[in-house]
Design a binder for this molecule. Structure first.
Ligand code: ZN
Length: 364
């Protein structure tokens, strides 16, 4: 098995197309034509982690945080990023990161945490905007089924738990084939009217090329008439953070105690205790303070995240309890997510969880 196969699987399961604009998720280092020998999973890629991969004879390091984040202009080993990348290249290792692509994935890292906290029917806290497109295409009646099926198979037409969603309208298309064409119906130089179906469906933006490719391959015409429209609808299938409710309300101190246990946190930074009981919980792994207003607007009793600055705690306005549990601690679950994902798909393959705690923050 080659590295390419694992990269393709990861790109399909955690599409880099749903990452935030500032991010750098995906394959960062590596020759995909190399044979895959083993996978090491870590939150971060550091020199120590690369050493561990070499020791464990794994040549693929799968991490949450992208070690190359804002671009590399030199490779001289002057900082840990350059040294990590250089060590990986020297030893023929690949590095792949799924960062905000994993954050924005429904049933990704945040949903995994929601399940761990026992939140029922969790939903995305801030659904992604400008992610959906409407696709309209025109196809002869007798080919409508085949083309519809092709675009559905490629990932179009999914609305919540429904698939194969489309709207279909019969009508007439017209065209005059020019010199040098090879029309499926009609004669060169003559106006032709064909009974066609107008099919409307929608798709997430990141699936555009695969859906259009499938449509073109299944369509009988040389030139396929289609329209793509950007939609302002929110995409409930991707987005940041998660919100849900505990099975039963519980005393807030008891909930904070449970957070400490679940995340292995020695200390929680929090705003003033407010309620005797809490039930509605918002969560975002990593630096999630940008979602505070979303959590408040959706009536969360507690917002669990990390990296809150001093002034951000004031913004809670005694309306919500902020619980800052630490960046690494809130995202360590990414390792379990990756492990289960890769293990399930490639059960006979060597997949290791890194034994190194890469958290740069210590508590005294
Ligand atoms: Zn993070």
């Amino acid at each position: 098995m080659f590295i390419q196969e694992l990269v393709d699987f990861l790109n399909t399961s955690i599409p880099p197309g749903i990452q935030e604009e500032y991010d750098n998720s995906g394959l960062l280092v590596g020759d995909t034509s190399q044979e895959l020998k083993g996978v090491l999973i870590s939150v971060d890629a550091t020199e120590e982690v690369i050493d561990e991969a070499i020791r464990k004879q794994a040549n693929f390091v799968l991490t949450h945080h992208p070690v190359i984040f804002s671009g590399l202009k030199t490779l001289t080993g002057k900082n840990y990023v350059e040294r990590t990348v250089m060590k990986a290249i020297r030893n023929n290792l690949a590095i792949y990161a799924a960062h905000t692509s994993l954050d924005n994935l429904k049933e990704g890292i945040n949903f995994k945490m929601a399940h761990k906290l026992g939140l029922k029917s969790p939903t995305i806290l801030r659904p992604a905007k400008n992610q959906l497109l409407k696709l309209v295409f025109f196809v002869p009646h007798d080919h409508a089924d085949a083309v519809r099926k092709a675009v559905f198979d490629a990932g179009a037409g999914i609305v919540g738990d429904y698939e194969g969603c489309s709207y279909n309208l019969d009508g007439k298309g017209s065209f005059r084939p020019g010199e040098g064409t090879d029309p499926y119906v009609g004669q060169i130089g003559e106006m032709h009217f064909e009974e066609e179906t107008r099919v409307e469906t929608w798709l997430p933006r990141y699936k555009t090329s695969q859906v259009l490719k499938a449509m073109n391959q299944a369509h009988p015409y040389e030139e396929v008439a289609y329209d793509l429209y950007p939609l302002v609808n929110s995409d409930n299938e991707t987005g940041a953070g998660v919100i849900g409710e505990l099975e039963e309300e519980m005393p807030e101190k008891e909930f904070l105690e449970q957070l400490k246990q679940t995340f292995g946190v020695p200390v929680i930074r929090h705003t003033k205790l407010l309620y005797s009981f809490v039930q509605r919980i918002a969560f975002c792994g990593g630096s999630g303070s940008f979602l505070l207003e979303d959590a408040m607007a959706q009536g969360a009793d507690v917002f669990v995240s990390a990296d809150f600055k001093y002034h951000r705690f004031f913004d809670a306005e005694e309306k919500i309890l902020i619980a800052d549990i630490g960046h690494y601690e809130s995202e360590a679950v990414a390792k379990d997510f990756f492990y289960e994902l890769v293990r399930e798909k490639f059960p006979n393959f060597a997949v290791h969880l890194s034994e190194i705690n890469t958290n740069p923050i210590n508590y005294f």
